[in-house]
Design a protein. Structure first.
Length: 117
């Protein structure tokens, strides 16, 4: 079983930067793929970013490419999402996830990010 705890959400203004953190605990977490998803009100959950072995193997959703960056601290089982030049459309609940086999099987409770114009 893997537990994920996010932190770092809040209210920011357009153009600001923000960093989200997700700390994982449990067996097998060290080498598993981890990522971030988000869900805005009335919309489907959207893939944001993921990393497998570290920041050198990173994948991003089209809407955040070049603005958001995922990184990982293996020693502390923590993955970060650096959000730069945020926009109102980035407003959402951000969820940390970890893979269980081939599926995103573990999820955090989510952290709210609100971007005002």
């Amino acid at each position: 079983q893997v537990q994920l705890v996010e932190s770092g959400g809040g209210q920011v203004q357009t153009g600001d930067s923000l960093r989200l953190s997700c700390t994982a605990s449990g067996r097998g977490v060290r080498d598993t793929a981890m990522g971030w998803f988000r869900q805005a009100p009335g919309k489907d959950r959207e893939f944001v970013a993921a990393t497998i072995g570290g920041s050198r193997n990173a994948y991003y959703g089209e809407s955040v490419k070049g603005r958001f960056f995922i990184s990982r601290d293996h020693a502390n089982n923590t993955v970060y999402l650096r959000m730069n030049r945020v926009k109102p459309e980035d407003t959402a609940i951000y969820y940390c996830a970890a893979k269980h086999g081939t599926q995103w099987g573990y999820w955090g409770q989510g952290t709210q990010v609100t971007v005002s114009s």
